[in-house]
Design a protein. Structure first.
Length: 592
């Protein structure tokens, strides 16, 4: 008993191992990307917090520098105030990193009757010129009209309000009398809003939040009170939840803070003085304690920074999804490659087995007619057969077996030519009726030997087809040969031809039918593959190479047609060749 070779499970084992490894790698990749995303989130948040702090420090440092520069020294004569301010303004413009930040200097003076007077420093003339209160200075006037504690910051102007302390009182009036008197003059350092919003803040934003393509974040600066008044905005628009209250970074700026590395440009000009003691409530003229010039104040503006995608969380999540998508795509590609490798290996094994079966089948089919021809020829050569009637039969046997060999060799050569592409086909008008008659005439000996009934049916006005007549004859002969092989005990075949019109144009359908063993539905899809034989054909024990139908399909498709099959197991099969028809003469003229 012949044993079948062991089934090679190694490719399946390798494929399964690769898939398991890819699944494990996908899990590890997911965990790794999650950790990387968390680390990236913390890095971005720390970087953004640091950038926001530096942005606020950049503005507050210049405000503190301006406060130190323009704060008049204690105890100088009020008549020298204009000259003092001119000197300090010149020093600011020559030494400050941002000289354009200060627009002008104003002086507010409290009068005896409770009113306040406004003067502007005329730098060229070196004096203070009284000016009326302009609408944009309303916030400054309101501060002094309220007669309360005067803040050093005016966030609406914007600007600084620096008190000018009174000189020491004359001897005998008390050591602390001058310290208890509120400042009569205040210097207003007016910030140039245009320079601030168009030059300084954009430069700060570009330095701290800039990227190669512009700002990486949306940066807004607004008033803290009342909220919502926009001072500055830059950067890309924010997508997603625009009304989200939580920002990626929020800081207060526009405040007076102490910077250890910021030197006091006029420290040497200030004479040392004793720190005043807090006066009693009864000693204060207005019941309030004036603020010292150097006291720090909290920021009056709000800095808000948001990522363009809505938040840092959304940006990191989006990057994580993209990384996961790319990683999974790569892993899927690797998995697909592994699966295709296993499939191709199995197909190669199946093809190798089919080729071995083909060699065995061809060898068997070659051996049978060669053995018959050799035996008949040897009998004739030895003189064993001398009766004319027997000699005629031996000659017919040799002719029949020789024809089988010719058909078999022709089929193999045709398949090799189709696969290599070296076979060239002519395109001549071919009569379908003549083509069928020629094929049936070549099969006459087999039809008579097997006593097969042949039924033919040709439709009316059957047009010619355009093709290579020998190739079409071989294709039709293969279908007839299959019908004779697998026709079973019915001993009947039918060859029909009819004209048809489809979306591709006019065509001729050549159909060969039998009432034999039929073909299972599961084998129909692979029926025209090389070396493939249906389960019914293998069970029937009919020898074959598995090339006949592959040659038919190759020839028909080379002519621009197609082959169809309709089969029912146990009832028979019908193979149909669809070939483009030659247009009628009248239609040719219309087409031209």
């Amino acid at each position: 008993m012949r044993r079948s070779p062991p089934r090679p499970y190694f490719p399946f084992a390798v494929g399964a191992g690769l898939l398991v490894a890819l699944a494990l790698l996908a899990f590890l990749q997911y965990r790794w990307i999650a950790r990387l995303s968390e680390a990236e989130r913390e890095r971005l948040r720390a970087s953004l917090d640091s950038a926001a702090s530096r942005f606020c420090d950049g503005l507050d440092r210049e405000l503190s520098r301006a406060s130190r520069t323009f704060q008049p020294r204690d105890g100088f004569d009020e008549r020298e105030l204009a000259a003092e301010l001119v000197s300090r303004l010149a020093r600011w413009r020559s030494t400050a990193p941002e000289p354009g930040l200060v627009k002008e200097l104003l002086v507010v003076t409290r009068l005896d009757r409770g009113e306040v007077e406004l003067s502007r420093l005329d730098e060229a003339a070196g004096r203070l010129e009284p000016i009326p209160w302009e609408p944009d200075l309303a916030s400054v006037r309101q501060i002094f009209q309220e007669r309360g504690r005067v803040s050093q910051l005016d966030e609406s102007l914007p600007g600084l309000i620096l008190p000018v302390r009174q000189p020491p009182p004359p001897p005998g009036s008390g050591p602390e009398a001058g310290d208890r008197r509120p400042p009569r003059h205040h210097v207003v350092v007016r910030i140039d809003r245009s320079y601030l919003t168009n030059v300084f803040l954009p430069r700060l934003a570009e330095r701290e939040f800039g990227d190669r393509g512009g700002l990486a974040y949306s940066v807004t600066v607004s008033l803290a009170v009342p909220p919502g008044t926009m001072i500055f905005r830059a950067g890309p628009d924010v997508t997603g939840d625009a009304g989200k209250k939580e920002k990626d970074a929020t800081r207060r700026l526009f405040g007076l803070r102490t910077f250890p590395d910021l030197a006091d440009p006029v420290a040497a000009e200030r004479p040392p003085r004793r720190e005043p003691q807090p006066p009693r409530e009864a000693d204060r003229p207005d019941g309030r304690d004036p603020a010292p010039a150097a006291s720090p104040e909290a920021g009056r503006w709000i800095l808000e920074v948001r990522h363009p995608s809505g938040s840092l969380e959304a940006a990191v999540s989006g990057a994580r999804r993209r990384n996961l998508g790319i990683s999974l795509a790569v892993l899927a590609l690797l998995g697909t490659s592994a699966a295709l490798l296993v499939v191709s290996t199995r197909r190669a094994e199946a093809l190798a087995r089919q080729q071995l079966d083909f060699v065995a089948a061809v060898s068997h089919e070659l051996k049978t007619p060669l053995t018959a021809m050799r035996s008949a020829g040897q009998n004739l050569a030895d003189g064993i057969v001398d009766d004319p009637e027997k000699v005629r039969k031996y000659g017919a046997l040799i002719e029949r077996e020789g024809r089988r060999l010719t058909e078999m060799v022709g089929r193999v050569l045709a398949f090799a030519g189709l696969r290599s592409g070296s076979q060239t086909l002519r395109k001549d008008p071919v009569s379908v009726r003549a083509l069928v008659d020629s094929v049936l005439a070549d099969a006459r000996w087999v039809l008579e030997e097997k006593r097969v009934e042949v039924e033919t049916d040709f439709g009316e006005a059957l047009p010619e087809v355009c093709g290579d007549e020998p190739a079409l004859r071989q294709a039709l002969a293969n279908l007839v040969d299959n019908a004779l092989k697998y026709g079973g005990p019915a001993r009947w075949i039918a060859v029909r031809a009819r004209a048809s019109t489809t979306t591709r144009g006019p065509e001729v359908v050549l159909a060969v039918s039998d009432r034999g063993i039929g073909i299972g539905r599961g084998d129909l899809a692979r029926l025209f593959e090389p070396f493939f034989r249906s389960a019914e054909a293998s069970t029937a024990g009919v020898a074959g190479s598995g090339l006949g139908l592959a040659v038919v399909r190759g020839i028909v498709e080379a002519h621009g047609g197609q082959v169809t099959v309709d089969s029912v197991p146990g009832e028979g099969s019908t193979f149909a060749i669809h070939l483009p028809a030659v247009p009628a003469p009248g239609r040719r003229g219309e087409a031209s």
